[in-house]
Design a protein around this ligand. Structure first.
Ligand code: ADP
Ligand code: ADP
Length: 237
């Protein structure tokens, strides 16, 4: 089944830069898809357009659950079920790992009042997520006291605490050394497999894409320049 569909989608930024030419893509449920390309190729634009962080200038995003995503409500609904992992992980340094993971729950509350007495269920979601990334013992440590790899694992836990059915990760290992990059990506990959989660992950490292992707979508100059399994990349090279 198709989890997410991009239909004739294009992006022009307000300054006139066209970062995505008209593109249609289907993302299969449960697949680990890598967007591969050099800096400036348009990976981030494509990934962010999938959850409305970058508005589409043309075309649509469609999900199996919501149909064509439209309106403030539609996008809010869609984002609620989408876990986003960022390159600079965007943690709040002076908050604990646990508190950072809880911020992933903010989108599930429409009023501050409903957030204040955090339910035990919600705290469990956060602790479960920390356990799954191997950081339960660091739950009460400040984020800025953690290593780069640990911080990105908190970033993954925050996405998981949303109980998402889709993970979008924008260069999640770009600021990590090669060995840590491989470990963090392996962790993300294993969790998505176990939960049957669809993941779309942008990377610029070909070797990592080959190692983890079910499907590689090569991006260059705002266009899809390759689309297939890793073995076809070898033949194309
Ligand atoms: P990548 O993620 O592959 O590095 P991006 O999607 O960030 O690529 O960028 C694609 C192109 O769009 C680049 O030319 C970049 O400079 C441009 N771009 C990205 N963000 C903006 C923006 N907010 N305004 C104008 N141009 C942008
Ligand atoms: P990345 O490599 O992760 O895409 P960048 O350093 O290219 O990040 O961009 C950082 C921020 O600046 C992003 O929010 C991006 O949208 C914006 N940006 C990138 N290129 C441009 C540009 N040419 N004009 C305006 N904003 C840009």
């Amino acid at each position: 089944a198709v989890a997410l569909r991009l239909i004739a989608a294009g992006v022009v930024y307000p300054n006139g830069t066209r970062a995505l030419h008209s593109t249609s893509l289907d993302f299969a449920e449960g697949a680990f898809t890598v967007l591969l390309g050099p800096s400036g190729a348009g990976k981030s634009t494509l990934l962010r357009s999938l959850n409305g962080l970058v508005p589409l200038s043309e075309g649509h995003v469609e999900t199996s659950r919501l149909g064509v995503v439209r309106g403030t409500r539609g996008w809010r609904e869609h984002r609620r079920s989408t876990g986003m992992v960022f390159q600079q992980h965007q943690l709040i340094g002076r908050l604990t790992a646990f508190a950072n993971v809880l911020t992933g729950r903010l989108g599930h509350h429409s009023t501050l009042r409903s957030l204040l007495p955090l339910s035990p269920a919600e705290k469990h979601l956060a602790l479960d997520a920390l356990e799954r990334v191997g950081l339960l013992e660091f739950a009460l440590r400040r984020a800025d006291q953690l290593s780069g790899g640990q911080q990105q694992r908190v970033g993954i836990a925050r996405a998981l605490a949303q109980a998402p059915n889709l993970i979008l990760a924008d260069e999640p290992v770009a600021s990590l050394d090669p060995a840590t990059s491989e470990r963090v990506l392996a962790l993300l990959h294993d969790i998505c497999r176990q939960d049957g989660l669809s993941a779309i992950v942008s990377l610029h490292q070909v070797d990592l894409a080959r190692q983890f992707a079910d499907r590689i979508i090569g991006i260059g100059g705002g266009r899809v320049v390759f689309d297939g399994p890793p073995k076809d990349l070898d033949e194309a090279a």
